[in-house]
Every structure is written in C-alpha cells, then in structure tokens.
Design a protein around this ligand. Sequence first.
Ligand code: PLP
Length: 631
Amino acid sequence: MSLYSVKMRASKNAHHVSGAERILNQEDLPQAVSCLTQRALHHSLGTADFINFKVEALAEAEVKHLPALPVSTRPCTTIAESFALMTSLLKELNLAEPVKLVELLRSTHPMRGAILYDVATNKQLEPDPERGIRVTYMDAAGAGCSSSGKNHFREALVLATKVVNTPGMLAELCMSDDPDYVTGYLASLKHGYTRLTPLKSVGDPHGGRVFIFDSRLGDPAQAIHFLEKEPVLVDGLPIEAPALPDPEAPFAEALAQLKQKSLYRSMRTMTSEQARHSTVNTKPMLLMSSNSYLDLTADPRVKAAAVEAAQAWGAGSGGSRLTTGNTLLAEQLENKLAQLKGKEAALLFNTGYMANLGIISALADKESVIFSDELNHASIIDGCRLSRARLVVYKHNDMQDLEAKIKQTPCSKGLIVSDAVFSMDGDILNLPDFVALGEKYHLLTMVDEAHATGVIGATGKGIVEHYGNKYAPNLIMGTLSKALGSEGGFVCASRVLREYLINKARSFIFSTAQCPAALAAAHKAIEIIEAEPERVRALQQNVLYFCSCLKELGIEASSPTAIIPLVVGDEARALAVAKELEEKGVLIPAIRYPTVPKGTARLRIALMATHTQAELKHTAELIKQALEHHQ
Ligand SMILES: *Cc1c(COP(=O)(O)O)cnc(C)c1O
C-alpha cells in the first residue's frame, strides 16, 4: 500500500489564509483534496483566490510511527500565572535560563515558523530567521479530514510529538497566532503535552513557537532535516481535545494555592453586637481588634438614635442623593462633620472605600499625577487606578522622598494623598511637611482619617487637631464605620470641591444613599465624642498602658494611635499565634499579604476606650505565651 503526503496552502490577495497537510492512503487522496479545498474556500479569513496543492508519494518504510504525547491541561486564573507555570516547568528540565526562553516565545511574532534555540551556545540555529523552522510531513495515523475547519489541538499534538522526538530536542513552547485561541502549550518527553491556558487574551493575534534544543545531544542539521523532511505518523491520538475543565476550576486551584501559602482568608461569625465583649460562633471573646475604638456601636444612645431614625425615616433611602435619596438627616450630618473637621463643607459616601474611589477618580484624570504613600490603604490605591492618573509612590511618610519625587515629576494637575493614621502600622502622617509641600508645589492635599477620627487630637477631632490646628489639607476624608461606630464615608473640603464631587464622583452619583439609621447613629456618636472627651483620653491612656505591659514582658511596642502592630513575620506563625489567642478568648486576627507586604505578617491589635487595665495586662501575658509557643 502506498502512502501520500498532501499539502495545501491557500492565500487571498497574496496573504496566507489557510494551510494543512495530511499523510494518507492512495484511496483516501481524492476525498482529502476535496475536503481541504472546501476548507480553503470557507475560511474565516476569507475565500482563497489561490490554492496550491502538493501531492507526493512516500515510501512506506520511510514513515516513522511515534506514540502521541500524553496530554494534560493546567488552567490558570491569569496570563501571568500561565507564564509563571511555563517557567517553572522549564526549570524542572534543568534549563538555566527559563525566563529568557519564555521571553523569546513572547517576542517571536510575526515569524511564521519556529525558533530553534540552542541552549548549549545560546544561539538561534534556524538557517533563515525570517522563515524559521517549518515542521512538515506529519499526520495522525488513520486521520480523516473535516472541512469544518482546523482542529488546533490535534494538529498541535501531532506537531509537538514529532518535535520532542527529534534527537537533541528538550522542549517546545507554543502559543497560537489565532486571535480566538488562547490556549498554548509546553511539550517535552518529561511533561508530555501540557496545555497552558490562558496564554493570551481573546483577540490578541500574537503567536510564537520555540524549539529548545541542545547541540551537545543532537546534530542541528539532522534535527532540521527530521523536522522539515522526514515523514511521521502519530499513533493513538485522542479524537478531541480533553475538554477544558469547568470554568470555575482555576478558581478552586487558586484557593488551594492560597491555603498552601497561609494566605487563605475566611470569615468568622460574630454572634453578638460589636462591643469589647462579643461572642464569636457563640463563644465569648474579648475583642482586641475592632475598629470601634470608642466602643460606640454598642452605646445605648447610638443604638436608640438608629432605631428612632428607622422609625421616623424608614429602613432605606430609596434612591441616590441626586434623585430621591437626599434627606435632611444627611445634610445635618454633613454640617456636623464639616464643623468637626473645621472645613466649609462635607459630603457623604456609602462607605469609606467608596469615598476614596469616588473622590480620587473625580479629582484626577489621565493628565494628573498622584503622589501616594507606599503604605496607603487599598481604597486609595484603587481610587488612583480608577482615575488613570500617573501614580508616583513615595517612601512611607518620607517627606524628603516625596519632595524629590515631586521635583522629578512636574505636573500642572496633581494630588498628594496619604493615610492620616496608617491602618496596619498605626503611625501618624507628618502633616506639617505634607501640607507645606502641597502649598509649595501647588498640589491638592488629601488625608484619609479612617483611624484618626475619634482617636487622635486632644478631643479626638483627628490629625489637624493633633498638630495644633495649624495645618489644613484640602481634603479630609474619613469613615463613619470606625470610631463613629456606624457605616458610611465622608469628605470634608471647600464648598467648591463638594459641589464638584457631587457632579463628578461616580460612586456618589450612581449608588443609593445611606440608610437613615446609619446617618443618625453616626450623628449621635459625634455628639457623644464632643460631650465626653474623656472617652478619647481613656483610649489614649489604654494605649500607653498596654504598650508598657508589653514592654515589661520584653515585647517592643509603641504607638501614638489605637493601632498597635506586632510584626511576627512569617504568615503561618502569625496565624498560629492568632489561633492560640482566639482559643484563649482574645480576638486578634493575623494580618497578612496582600494587606501588608509578604513576610511582615502581624498581629494588629486595636484598642478600645472601654478595655480595662486588667484585660490589657492579661492580654499582654497571653500574647507573650503564644509567641513563645510558636517560635
Ligand atoms: C477602613 C478604611 C477605609 C474604608 O472605610 P470603610 O468605611 O470601611 O469602607 C478607608 N481608608 C482607610 C485607611 C481605612 O482603614
């Protein structure tokens, strides 16, 4: 029986549209030619105006049979992750520079053939770099022909099987140049045919193919001859690509990875109101990590205000502030906040997170530059991203670095933004220099007082009071959800900026206004803080006392705010310490990456005004024990 090689190449207006090849028996030849013709005439790139067939008889003895590589699929959540996986598979082949090889794959477009890369000499061996190596004379044994189009997977598996069986060949890397086909692969005798997905986004026409060769193990000329001239039939090819797994599978895999790295997050269930003594899963617990610094969420007067407001004003607000959701309650609270922060006006948002998103993305655009502290809260970072402004990150609370970066980045429209109290470190912004730099370089200044309101300053008014009411940033953003014990965000600023934000801040415009209960509760909390400054003093006293307890036990601790970080370092250790404390009835969760940098996992202790000295002393001792138990 004689075998034939059939090759079809079709073009339109001298541009390649489709190509295919078969190795088959004489009696199957007419049907295959007809079928490939159909394909060329009905290609998605257009109807071919030139079709070239080449049909050659092959001597049966020349045809080499190879078993198909085993196939596996490794789905990832992102393109970057797929390439990282490709890199680690190359490492398993003991290749010295896997990153370079992956980069080579990503840069081969638009060459149609493959790069033949020699790891012995670090040179590309393809004789014509424009053309590359074109692997031909191959097919699946017993393959039919379907005119309905290409089966990427089968053709790629045939090719990869031939390639990795070339003497001296270590691996092949491939991504298709078909814009709709985002799955690529790595093939090697060790890994088989490993499908990696996604390697690119849908619509991306980039593709590439790299053969990784070692000229100490095989002769390059012979390898090229094998790839381009010697016929190969691949046996045992699966009919269909194994179905790509369930689209949820990569997410399950990502979760498994997080667990392995001690970075998995889950929620605990509070089974009582938020107060210094709460229950978690019905177990009594001393909360040493709540942001309700003044213990006001549980204050009877605050709760009563919320109840009354719900009775009088209803459960929800029924619309955005610009439609039907603007109540007298909201305006009264804004006036109160403006007065508290010493600004002309204030504007409420649904949460602090939404405030930062809305404010920053409204004030900055593609022409702006935003200077942002490296430890700023995630909501500030997200606001910066959403604005599409150029982002310049300066060293934590380092005003010299900030000034140097401002000088390096002249701009006509700029914003400097910082946490007032840093949420994971508990330190305070250098406001005097911060405001001075804003004035000197004509930049807007904005501070985030989430952890400052009710906490710092002699009467808890925040960072401006803390520095003697001498320095005024343009925008003071804050939240009602921490010391104020309720829920919602706000910004205090000039009337002009308030009006501008009402017109431009999308998180303000396109979201239903806060519910009456939240507004009234926050309003009452501010009145309590004003009437009872001793609450703020008690909180500040507690911090001093607790730090002195820790120091007596040999644990270095200090903080000018209510947040006391104990950096433990390793994520798993931080989790173990936190778990022990929870078992002993004290809740101090471990804070890990990405909330804080990798390897700086910590216990973030947050004190309340109502903690007693006995509770603080006892907690310090439990912490010392837990740290000793988990070295
Ligand atoms: C908590 C926090 C926010 C977000 O406020 P929410 O009202 O909880 O959305 C913003 N910035 C900082 C620094 C925070 O700690």
